[in-house]
Design a protein around this ligand. Structure first.
Ligand code: UDP
Length: 313
């Protein structure tokens, strides 16, 4: 297959590029490197099946060759990043989605959209399944991400309904692992880097808010299987690990696993920070026989090793 990945130099995109190449597919990555780095894909440059184009998909996308699958993964994804680049975030998940869908129509490609658990906003039901419509503040600080992703879901469905494009939507829940940026502001990368430096760990609010964290290898496997699966056009799937933990317990676990002397410091809870988040994953389980295999503890140990090496450099 010929696969095009927007945002393919990012955290998830680069793992996907690697996975498709390892299985003998051709991969084109488009990325403007706003919140990603070529370091994530440098090891792929020698592969004759790999092409990297530094490009902002907010602009019209031209690709000469045929493309079988487009994965639209370009977008600043951490709350810190998307609040730093609010307009670009809205553009990449509106104009960028439109251009990527236009390319899918022109090339008759399958389209896989990287949506998010954020489309559920501050969920009023728990855990969240795909039938839930969400509870989103349309003008809050997180809205640039939430609403752009919701728009992209609607746009993907419009291309499915009007042109019969083979789209599928993945609502990706919190994911962590190697190639997260140390300074991306996300909770796992922040806590690990601070613990390794024996600096204060900043817990926002009282730390009772929960998240459910999926290790990147499990996530990559699930996205890969959904991308290759026939007969699921127009479908939406939650993807993530339902193992839920409070942020304060995550901080304690990371302190324990790193053997750190860090103290925990409490800071105010950011605006619209969702109090709970946990996916129901019955639908994806039933569709591709996928479920996460790596426990939080095991995944954190691998991620700590990665950051130890990064910090040594
Ligand atoms: N968080 C925290 N300290 C940090 C970074 C994040 O307590 O240094 C909390 C944040 O308030 C949220 C959770 O950890 O409740 C997950 O935050 P993250 O930015 O990783 O992603 P989100 O799930 O909110 O998109």
């Amino acid at each position: 297959m010929r696969v095009l990945i927007t945002g393919g130099a990012g955290f998830l995109g680069s793992h996907l590029a690697e996975k498709f190449l390892a299985d003998g597919h051709k991969v084109i990555v488009l990325d403007n490197l706003i919140t990603s780095t070529v370091d994530n894909i440098a090891h792929l440059f020698g592969n004759e099946n790999f092409t990297f184009i530094k490009y902002n998909v907010v602009n019209y996308i031209y690709v000469k060759d045929d493309v079988d699958i487009i994965l639209h993964f370009a977008c600043p994804a951490s709350p810190l990043d998307y609040q730093k680049h609010p307009i670009h975030t809205m553009k990449v998940d509106s104009l960028g989605t439109l251009n990527s869908l236009g390319l899918a129509k022109a090339k008759k490609s399958r389209f896989v959209f990287a949506s998010t658990s954020e489309i559920y906003g501050s969920p009023q039901i728990h855990p969240q399944d795909e039938s839930y419509w969400g509870y989103v503040n349309p003008i809050g600080v997180r809205s640039v991400y939430d609403e752009a992703k919701r728009f992209s879901e609607a746009m993907s469905m419009a291309y499915f309904r009007e042109y019969g494009i083979d789209i599928r939507i993945l609502r990706i829940f919190n994911t962590y692992g190697p190639r997260m940026r140390a300074n991306d502001g996300r909770v796992v990368s922040s806590f690990i880097t601070k613990a390794l430096k024996n600096e204060e760990i900043t817990v926002f609010g009282d730390g009772t808010q929960t998240r459910s964290f999926c290790y990147v290898d499990d996530m990559t496997e699930g996205i890969y299987k959904i991308s290759l699966k026939d007969g699921i056009e127009g479908e939406v799937f939650n993807i993530g690990n339902p193992e839920e933990i409070s942020i304060i317990n995550l901080a304690r676990l990371i302190v324990e696993l790193t053997g750190s002397s860090s103290k925990i410091k409490f800071l105010p809870l950011p605006e619209d920070d969702p109090p709970k988040r946990k996916p129901k994953i019955d639908k994806i389980k039933a569709t591709i026989n996928w479920k996460p295999k790596i426990s939080l503890k095991k995944g954190l140990i691998k991620t700590i090793e990665y950051f130890e090496n990064i910090l040594k450099k």
